[in-house]
Design a protein around this ligand. Structure first.
Ligand SMILES: [Zn+2]
Length: 532
């Protein structure tokens, strides 16, 4: 929302304002507010009376009216009432003032902005609003799909007073995020007076479900409220309001906004709908940063554009998914009893990775290529968890360990979930893609950490090999680097496990050389899951 439209909403019709002012001049005595009047209303009424009776002090002249903006009451009852002013019904930019009064409403001091003498002819000027709007659009060339709303104002922020068009241009920014710019133009000459972003990046405080108290990137909007729009990466986080996943479009739901930029209550199954949004917003940012800082990839499509993130999708929808059609991620609220919201680090990394896969190898979501697609999401989702270095949700080879406790899938021996495959076989492509992915996940663990029993950061693993070999790992960062190159350079939509072995060996050769330790470890790990 533009500042002008919010100001306009609060302005009473001129006749009503004049009547109120007249009443105030004659009718209000200090200390006479009735019991029915709230303390705030009484403070405002007294402040209005103070301005009227000290008109010189506040520069309050004919044609002016006050619009209440804020009331601050001190512990001792002293009040600070803030007003914007209008002149002949037009908002005065730079005409704001504060009335400082004691607990009984007696004037103690005053503060006023420069524009306290906004006397100017307010007859509609010759230079049309369209000219101003056109100027504004030119100024806003980085905003796509821009629409503008010119409003006639008295511009008095430099202490003078002139009639101006204040035009708010709203549209889509470079990263796909909602954005806006305010352009002020002299209404008589068409000269540009000033222009500025109507929205500003901010650092919010998030009380998350899974990663403790964290800082999140938010946007201060022109109307003074903060929104879950990530100005760095372009992500926008919305409440789907329990719309089912099949019905969600990018335009669905409600953008999260907040008055104090402090979000959520840190609880699982929280009644505060912003809590899951904190995790989703932050973990999408971690995923974006992982891809950018590790591989130089600018977002899902490598074009710098952010996605829309929906939380509270469906009812008891114990799931999360990526949709190419709406370029958005959707997460549900879990089953309502044991599994809470599906917004933890590896889950968000998993879903966003489906977008990356779709924009690159585009592995078909059935048969062995489907298993590789799922495995790719598990691998990079897990790498996001390692990358984030969060003290609460630590890096491990357990997938969805926070939102589906104790874990949904694991890498060292995937069959421990009861349905995933540890080793390749001719029939593996007939399994569900979340189970045929086991072969790829098992390969990733062996190549990263090696075979056998070990404890890593307090978690016990025991990874078998399908061919009785002993495998030595090269660390997950190298394996992830090789897998990313295999995915983005060599794999195609119909790549199967044998093809994945070839693609990753090609990638290892490019990065570390044929016959290098890394190349040999990749080969040995594939052989250890029966892919030759
Ligand atoms: Zn998936």
């Amino acid at each position: 929302m533009s500042p002008s439209s919010s100001a306009r909403r609060r302005i009473l019709p001129t006749a009503a304002l004049a009547a109120t002012a007249a009443l105030l001049l004659t009718g209000v005595q200090y200390g006479t507010a009735s019991a029915a009047t709230s303390g705030r209303d009484a403070a405002i009424a007294r402040a209005q009376a103070n301005v009227a009776s000290h008109a010189d002090l506040f520069g309050f002249g004919p044609g002016q009216a006050l619009v209440v903006k804020d009331v601050v009451t001190d512990a001792d009852g002293a009040q600070h009432v803030r007003f914007d002013r209008t002149y002949n019904g037009l908002p005065v930019i730079g005409g704001d003032l504060v009335v400082h009064q004691d607990a009984r409403g007696r004037l103690r001091d005053s503060s006023r902005a420069k524009g306290h003498n906004p006397t100017v002819k307010t007859t509609r000027p010759a230079v049309a609003a369209q000219t101003s709007a056109a100027n504004a659009l030119r100024e806003s060339e980085n905003i796509a799909d821009a629409t503008s709303a010119p409003e006639l104002v008295v511009w008095a922020a430099d202490g003078g007073a002139r009639l101006a068009w204040q035009t708010t241009v709203s549209g889509t920014g470079k990263q796909g995020q909602p954005t806006g710019r305010v352009v002020v133009t002299d209404a008589t000459t068409g000269e540009a007076i000033e222009s500025y972003d109507s929205e500003h990046s901010a650092a919010g405080t998030g009380h998350s479900e899974y990663t403790g108290d964290i800082t999140i990137d938010t946007t201060l909007q022109a109307n003074g409220s903060y929104a879950l729009i990530d100005p760095v990466r372009g992500h926008t986080t919305k409440d789907a309001r329990n719309l089912s996943a099949s019905s969600v479009k990018a335009s669905s739901g409600t953008l999260y906004t907040d008055a104090d930029n402090v979000w959520g209550d840190g609880r699982k199954f929280s009644t505060d709908r912003a809590t899951a949004a904190v995790d989703a917003h932050a973990n999408t940012a971690w995923t974006y940063d992982y891809y950018k800082n590790t591989f130089g990839r600018n977002g899902i499509k490598n074009d710098g554009k952010g996605a829309t993130v929906f939380v509270h999708v469906g009812t008891k929808w114990d799931n999360a998914q990526w949709s190419d059609a709406c370029f958005c991620m959707m997460t549900g609220d879990g089953d309502g009893t044991t599994d809470p919201e599906q917004v933890d680090l590896d889950t968000m990394g998993h879903e966003m990775t489906h977008g990356v896969t779709s924009a690159t190898a585009n592995l078909r979501y059935s048969g062995e290529s489907g298993g590789l697609n799922e495995s790719t999401s598990d691998i990079f989702g897990t790498m996001v968890e390692f990358y984030a270095h969060n003290a609460v949700d630590r890096g491990d080879y357990l997938f969805s360990d926070q939102s589906t406790p104790p874990w949904l899938r694991r890498f060292d021996k995937p069959s421990l979930d009861g349905s995933s495959a540890d080793c390749w076989s001719k029939s593996v492509g007939r399994l569900d893609v979340h189970n045929s992915s086991g072969v790829g996940n098992h390969w990733f663990f062996l190549a990263s950490e090696g075979s056998g029993a070990k404890t890593l950061d307090g978690v016990s693993y025991n990874s078998p090999t399908c061919n009785g070999s002993t495998v030595t790992g090269i660390g997950n960062q190298k394996v992830a680097k090789i897998w990313y190159r295999a995915l983005t350079v060599y794999m195609t939509s119909t790549t199967n496990y044998a093809g994945a072995r070839t693609a990753s060996l090609n990638a290892a050769k490019d990065l570390y050389g044929a016959g290098s330790t890394e190349y040999n470890a990749i080969a040995a790990a594939w052989s250890a899951v029966s892919v030759s």
